[in-house]
Write a new protein. Structure first.
Length: 301
């Protein structure tokens, strides 16, 4: 098969591992810089151009789209979809996962466990918003934040009001969520491929930090999931239409709670912590499912 990887940097661990796994399984692998793609949008022969050449003959594309280029990345994926190329992450699914509010609304409709979450526009609603999620301490998240950036733990009522009012003055879009104290600064990353969790690790924040992201100095180790955790992760991925995803869970007293669903999960931490060859599992899934014009979400937002 001829497989393209949409990635800004071919030296990134996840990108290089996918290339390595694809070649090991006998495929022709190409890394394509998303921002260097340009599109010929016509009614009969839509095309994607790259470095002066039309991209032809691809059986599948693996999008590894960074949060900062989500909109352009979605446009490039849509163009490949119009060309009939199988895209591992569809444009609609990418958009759902990157819009934290939309993602939570979709998960809520499926009765997936989540932290109590509030969203409002007017600064006049600050006190009511804090009360809605159970008061301080609480977590405030920018809608556009990734890898723990734009996430603040407000430990007191006064601090909560100050941060919310400051974000409002900056016209930033954010969510307010209850703080799950019993999680103890840990969460669980589940790597889901189609309808199966292929690897899972528990991430723990470093001392003095509540964010467990590995980019923030957190540590990771292999963990065993309960049947309910496994089911929750799979349901979350399916709800957003993601064939490959990283579902982050908090272990709360009332059961597993979905914190976030990542459409471009990193492979370094999960492969290192679990010893699982996730990259090869992704390539194997593409082998079994890549067919022309196979778009599961059918353009539904």
């Amino acid at each position: 098969m001829k497989i393209g990887i949409l990635s800004r940097n071919k030296k990134l661990y996840s990108t290089s591992r996918l290339v390595e796994a694809g070649k090991a399984r006998g495929h022709e692998m190409h890394v394509i810089d998303t921002l260097k793609c340009y599109m010929d949008i016509t009614s009969t022969k839509p095309a994607v151009w790259y470095n002066g050449e039309k991209l032809l003959g691809f059986d599948a594309v693996i999008p590894r789209i960074g949060a900062s280029i989500t909109n352009y990345g979605m446009a490039v994926i849509r163009q490949f979809e119009m060309m009939g190329v199988y895209c591992l992450t569809e444009s609609v699914s990418l958009g759902r996962s990157r819009d934290k509010l939309r993602a939570l609304q979709l998960l809520s409709r499926k009765d997936v466990g989540m932290p109590v979450t509030g969203f409002a526009h007017s600064v006049d609603n600050t006190k009511d918003l804090i009360k809605l999620v159970g008061g301080a301490p609480l977590v405030i998240k920018l809608l556009e934040g990734t890898q723990g950036r734009g996430v603040v733990l407000a430990e007191t009522l006064k601090a909560s009001e100050s941060v919310i009012d400051a974000f409002r003055e900056l016209e930033a879009n954010f969510l307010v969520q209850e703080f799950i104290k019993e999680a103890g600064g840990s969460d669980v990353r589940c790597l889901v491929i189609d309808n199966k969790v292929v690897a899972a690790m528990e991430r723990t924040a470093q001392a003095g930090e509540f964010r467990s992201n590995l980019h923030r100095g957190g540590s990771a180790q292999l963990t065993k999931l309960t049947p309910k955790e496994r089911k929750t992760a799979i349901t979350a991925a399916q709800t957003l239409g993601l064939k490959v995803s990283g579902v982050d869970l908090l272990r709360a007293e009332r059961g597993p709670l979905v914190m976030e669903v990542n459409s471009s999960p990193g492979l370094n931490g999960i492969e290192t912590a679990t010893g699982k060859d996730v990259a090869s599992a992704i390539i194997k899934f593409i082998e079994e499912n890549a067919k022309p014009n196979r778009t599961r979400t059918k353009g539904k937002g």
